[in-house]
Design a protein around this ligand. Structure first.
Ligand code: A3P
Ligand code: MG
Length: 274
């Protein structure tokens, strides 16, 4: 099969499409954008009256698009996707011996995607490389018209302090650890959907931190954590240990991300709550 890498770019792509010789991070951003545009179109086309249908079709549409493009542009790489089956699923073993694995969440914040007017949902595309971890990442926020990339840090860290510390949490499952840490620090909780949207709120300065506990998988955090770490933010497990990806079991149930100057006091407040 001819891969898109082998084709003449001018013959088959417009300016917005991924290009065969894109860097990994440029490809991640182009694919996250592409999936995001498809999700916006689907939302416009079928509306919100049948939210289950919108969620299911959105998940599948974005997954299929990302998978086809990754197979075409990076045919030698493995994929771990939330929506995957077989080799791309959490049970697939090909990724465990691969040197390069794309960890994707085609639609993060599925619930919010199916609710009219909400913009807290995202598309995650990250590349994990053996012995290096996450080396390229992009998080598209299609309804916010933004895409965050691991090679382009947003505004300088000093500009992003609030008088009262703001901690983003799940709007449906706010963890007790975050409530307790907020009480210790005199912080306020900011409920929001989607791990990608919450980490984006951290790196763009809308909030100071994101605390999650109680369950999550590698695809929920790989790309947003890749963007945050590349930009100089703190991101770790709640106990302060490193977030490790492409594990045999991709369950990765908790994380904390924040401004680096807040990390010590926030981790300490969380530790007191454990
Ligand atoms: N306890 C839990 N177990 C498994 N996944 C969870 C979880 N809590 C949150 N998540 C996942 O983390 C993402 C962000 O959740 P939240 O908006 O509640 O913060 C969602 O991803 P998806 O939308 O991709 O399923 C959600 O399914
Ligand atoms: Mg998710």
């Amino acid at each position: 099969m001819t891969s898109k890498r082998d084709r003449d770019p001018a013959s088959c792509h417009d300016d917005a499409s991924p290009q065969p010789h894109d860097s990994d991070v440029a490809l991640a951003a182009a694919l996250a954008d592409g999936a995001g545009q498809k999700l916006l179109s689907l939302r416009n086309r079928i509306g919100f009256s049948d939210s289950r249908r919108l969620r299911d079709e959105g998940d599948q549409l974005a997954h299929q698009y990302l998978l086809e493009e990754l197979v075409a542009f990076r045919p030698g790489d493995a994929v771990l996707s939330e929506e995957g089956r077989g080799q791309t699923s959490r049970y697939g073993t090909e990724r465990l011996t691969a040197d390069r694995v794309w960890i994707i969440d085609p639609l993060d914040g599925t619930r919010e995607y199916s609710e009219e007017g909400r913009d807290d949902w995202a598309v995650h595309v990250a590349l994990w490389e053996r012995a290096r971890g996450i080396t390229a990442a992009a998080v598209a926020l299609p309804a916010q018209g933004a895409t965050l990339r691991s090679d382009q840090a947003p505004v300088p860290i000093e500009q992003r302090k609030h008088s009262v510390i703001r901690i983003a949490v799940s709007r449906t499952r706010p963890p007790v650890e975050a409530k307790s840490a907020a009480a210790t620090l005199g912080a306020e909780l900011v409920p929001m959907g989607s791990a990608g949207a919450k980490l984006a709120a951290v790196v763009t300065g809308k909030v100071d931190a994101y605390v999650h506990a109680g369950g999550q998988f590698e695809w929920d955090s790989a790309a947003p954590v890749g963007v945050a770490l590349a930009g100089g933010w703190h991101a770790s497990r709640l106990d302060g240990s490193k977030l490790v990806y492409n594990q045999p079991d991709p369950y990765l149930p908790d994380l904390v991300a924040c401004r680096p100057d807040l990390a010590t006091s926030l981790l300490e407040a969380i530790r007191e709550s454990l």
